[in-house]
Structure formats: C-alpha cells, structure tokens
Design a protein around this ligand. Structure first.
Ligand code: ADP
Ligand code: MG
Length: 311
C-alpha cells in the first residue's frame, strides 16, 4: 500500500502540488489525470524523490520514503517516461535487464526475466533480445521501456504520460497490454495522463488534479456518474458521459428473464456493447449467455434507464 500524506511542493510563491493525500492499494492502477501544469509530474517525482517535498510524506508499505536513501528507493520504484529513455547503444536484453544487473542478479536469472517480459509484451525473445532500440518500431520501443521498468518487480511503477507519443490506434493496444500485464504480475502502478479517456479505461482509481490540488479520487464509475467539480465534469465531457458509464457496466448486471432474437452477448460484455448490438441490428433486446448457456436478455429500455439514472 502506498500512502501519500499531505504532500506539498512550493517553488517560491508558487504552489505546484498542494497538500495532496491519497492511498493506493497494492496490485491496482491509479491514474492521475489533469490539464497541463496541474502538478501531476511534480507529484509523481516526489514519490521517488526526484523532487523533495516541501511538506508531507509518502509511505510505502508503512515505511516513510524520506527514511530511505534515494538510490535504494529508486530500485524499489520503477519509472517510465514518455519517449521511453532506452540506452541506444545497449541491446533490448541489456536495456530490460539494466536494473536486475545493477542489483547483481545472477546472469541466468536476468536472462530468464528478460525473456519472460518480452513474451508478456508479445515480442519473440529470440527475434528481439539482441536488437538495438533503433531497430524497433515506436510501439516496440515503448513496450521495451515499460518492460525495463517492470524488470526488477518494483513495489511501485510510476509512469508519466507513457503513451503520449503513440498514435491513437497503437495507444489503445498499448493500454490493453499494460492492463493485461499489470493484472498478470499484480503490479502497483501510478500513471499520469492528461487524457480522461485513458484514465477511465486504465484506472482502478482515478485521481483528478486541478491547480495542484486533488479535486476527486474515486473509481471511474464514480468520476463519471458524480463529478465533484465543474472542472471534472468538463474533463469527463457531458455529451459522452452516459455512453462512458455504460461501457463500465457489465450486461450481466441488468439481465432479466426472457428471450430475444439474434446473436447472444456474454454476461461480461458491457452495456455499451449491448446498446451497439441493439442499435446495429434494430433489436429491442439482446440475448445474454453465461458460460455458453442462455441467461436471459438485456432490453433497450433497461439500458436507457441505466444511462439516464446517471446522465
Ligand atoms: P503537469 O505535469 O501536470 O503538467 P508539473 O508538475 O510539471 O505539471 O508542473 C506544475 C507547476 O509547477 C507548473 O506551473 C510548473 O510550471 C511548475 N514547476 C514545475 N517544476 C518547476 C520548477 N523546477 N521550478 C519552478 N516551477 C516549476
Ligand atoms: Mg507533466
């Protein structure tokens, strides 16, 4: 568990981060979202002590970070930034193994870890381990950067706009990969973005920053359904709000008895999927199945009711 307790950073008369407190549970992704200059990067850099806080403290599993030497702390905290920061003259394998090497892991253990991560990121180890960063596409470089940050199994991974440089199509893939790998490894991640869509898609919790202050911290559904301030509402975007909310509700939650025509959706599909299925085929309801067996139906009326309840 990461506890951020009243952390503040002032530069002269300017307060970049203003008494921010929040708790991050182990094995979850927290996305910090806000417009440019809202203090996101400064907050992140105070966690691994690239910046010293003016006030407040951070505890990792109960241990205050100011009681640890910065270089020890940074071995326990991975850091990935936009533009990946790979060493151009080192192979992919050495890049990923950089921190384990620093920690004097045995060579075969480093090698096994590098191959495991390459496989997790869908990169064939035999094809990629000996290449240089310049011999990779932008998306591949990005994956290697994230793999490197995860290599020593850090207690916490900090990511500052990691997908900012990627085009929107690769970006969605990169987000899906990160989510899958995070769940597989049980990593704890704090990720900064200015993109609310990304925050909602990736975060178990979303923390919204405005002018150095934390203005809301909650689940994506809470942020969408009940924005704490006008600023948050603007970021979420009024028009798309009902749709975004629907994308977070599994169809299984509003399933009712009865049948419907056409292809069935799994209970784990979102109401947004169910809505598109209805609208696309002109149906008033779609059948839902669970473990391959019929489980009832979701009606257009029920979907509308859920969207309006929070719209
Ligand atoms: P974000 O990452 O959300 O864009 P930053 O954390 O980089 O925001 O910056 C927050 C505010 O603090 C900005 O107004 C920025 O100009 C200011 N700031 C950041 N670093 C410094 C610094 N080293 N000296 C003075 N002001 C800074
Ligand atoms: Mg920033």
């Amino acid at each position: 568990m990461i506890e951020i307790d009243g952390i503040t950073k002032t530069y002269g008369a300017m307060t970049a981060v203003d008494a921010v407190s929040m708790t991050v549970e182990t094995g979850t992704i927290t996305v910090i979202v806000g417009t440019s200059g809202s203090g996101k990067t400064t907050l992140l850099r105070m966690i691994n002590r690239l910046e010293e806080p003016s006030a407040g403290e951070v505890r990792i599993n109960g241990e205050a970070t100011h009681s640890l030497k910065p270089h020890i702390l940074r071995r326990r905290i991975g850091y990935a930034i936009q533009g990946h920061g790979l060493f151009p003259h080192h192979t992919v394998g050495r890049n990923i193994g950089a921190v384990p090497e620093l920690l004097n892991w045995p060579k075969d253990k480093i090698r096994a870890r590098v191959d495991e991560l390459l496989e997790l990121f869908s990169m064939d180890p035999d094809a990629f381990r000996d290449r240089y960063p310049a011999e990779l596409s932008g998306g591949q470089q990005q994956r290697v950067g994230v793999a490197r940050a995860l290599a020593s199994r850090p207690d916490l991974l900090l990511m500052d706009e990691p997908f900012g440089a990627l085009d929107p199509i690769i970006r969605t893939r990169a987000q899906e990969d990160l989510r899958r790998i995070q769940q597989r490894l049980g990593s704890t991640i704090m990720l900064v973005t200015h993109d609310m869509e990304e925050a909602i898609r990736l975060g178990d919790r979303v923390a919204v920053m405005d002018g150095g202050k934390l203005v809301q911290h909650g689940t994506p559904a809470e942020i969408i359904a009940a924005p704490a301030t006008e600023f948050v509402a603007d970021m979420v975007g009024d028009v798309e709000r009902p749709l975004r909310l629907l994308s977070l509700i599994p169809a299984g939650e509003v399933v009712e008895e009865g049948t419907a025509n056409g292809e069935a959706l799994p209970a784990s599909a979102s109401l947004r999927d169910a809505l598109s299925a209805c609208l696309w085929t002109g149906r008033e309801a779609v059948p839902i199945e669970r473990d391959g067996a019929a489980a009832g139906r979701v009606t257009l009326a029920a979907i509308r009711a859920r969207a309006e309840a929070h719209g």
